[in-house]
Write a protein of this length. Structure first.
Length: 179
């Protein structure tokens, strides 16, 4: 948002779901990816972002052109044991594992912290053990970590915010646009 942002976008858009969420990553190593993730988090309405064991290079987060790190609190924990979440906040791991829940079938907790894995590797066993749920995006192989985060945040907003129902057929879509 800046001085050129129209009022409708400033005041009423996008619809806000109830609850809150945070998003973070374990052992993230690239500033570009962390910057992208923070920018999307800010845009989708996250309350805070976090990293666990991020490299110094990643934390520079120079790629974040919305300066998301200045608008949202960011916690940087050194190790999994240091992670502290607000009471009642569910930790949701995002990982492509066999026993994960498919994202389209997942009910997002109203209070949730989503955590992604590193560019090379996966969420650690220690972190997986702390997760209340593990969710996977239906892709044939791993996608970029910031992209995966954006898809999960989009799915949360899409399912928890109050949008008008999608038309169930082409005919209904046509009726709606012509009325
Ligand atoms: C690029 S992937 C990690 C590399 C991957 N483990 C590999 O075998 O090359 C980085 C992170 O993005 C997230 N991710 C990517 N694709 C995903 C998917 N389809 N479902 C869930 N998480 C995914 C996970 O958090 C993962 O740890």
């Amino acid at each position: 948002m800046n001085e050129r942002t129209p009022n409708w976008l400033r005041e009423t858009w996008p619809p806000k779901p109830r609850g809150y969420f945070a998003i973070g990553a374990e052992r993230i190593s690239k500033a570009l990816n962390l910057g992208n993730l923070m920018r999307s988090a800010h845009a989708f309405g996250a309350s805070f972002t976090f990293t666990i064991g991020a490299t110094y290079q990643a934390l520079e987060a120079r790629a974040d052109t919305s300066k998301g790190q200045w608008h949202l609190p960011h916690y940087n924990w050194a190790k999994v044991e240091d992670l502290v979440l607000p009471e009642g906040c569910k930790l949701v791991g995002i990982e492509l594992t066999e026993d994960a829940i498919d994202l389209p079938s997942f009910y997002h907790p109203l209070r949730a912290a989503y955590v992604l894995g590193p560019e090379r590797g996966s969420l650690s066993e220690a972190l997986l053990a702390r997760c209340d749920h593990v969710v996977r995006i239906p892709t044939a192989f791993c996608i970029n970590v910031a992209m995966a985060g954006a898809i999960v945040m989009y799915d949360r907003v899409k399912t928890l915010a109050r949008f008008p129902e999608r038309p169930v057929s082409a005919a209904e879509a046509l009726r709606k646009t012509s009325s």
